[in-house]
Design a protein around this ligand. Sequence first.
Ligand code: SF4
Length: 231
Amino acid sequence: MGEDSQCAVNCAKCPGPVCYSAAFMKGPENCPTKIEADVIEKAMSRYHDPQFAEFARVSSIVEAEAYTRVPWAPQTVSPATTRLEEIINLAKKMGYKKLGVAFCLGLMNEAKILIPILENRGFDVISVCCKLGGIAKEEIGVKDEEKIVPGRYESMCNPIAQAEIFNKEKTDFNIVVGLCVGHDALFLKSAEALTTVFVVKDRLLGHNPVAVLYQSSAYYRRLLAKDQPSS
Ligand code: SF4
């Protein structure tokens, strides 16, 4: 939506969020709490769908348990858990037994560390690498000059097959470890079980993509420039 479209919902430009509090109706004119009541009501009915109801409730409990109070700052809450511990906590509370780990070949070492951690907590873990099948990239229309290294055999990433194996194995819950941009989207769309993301791939930033925003007024300020009109 363009900046001149006054009614378009744009929470990231909210002058002062109130939706987290009991003053939730005091947001700006384009606040979705005010103008999208139908959508919110429809969404609420989905939280009561048995497919999501318990998961939604437990996720909020895991969120709350991610905070604690420390003696030197008792007036506020402090973070208490890592993302990995929250994933384990959520899966435990949900009573999940079988987990699917969809990992990128480039993060095989991370998967090797992660899987025993999950197994030590009693989960059965199936892991599938993104390159399964070894199918040539040409099969999906990639030209030789569009490969990482032209002239060599390159297997395509196969997130749909990763998801289909988990679907066949009827995993209770899936965990993404560093799938590429786009491949992650195909996996999320294809997996039948709910999926969380443990690692978001960022080849330059040590899988910490938000670092680019922290550097956007310095080394990555080029990203704030508007695209030049194409000639
Ligand atoms: S929901 Fe409303 S109050 Fe919350 S961030 Fe969006 S516009 Fe602001």
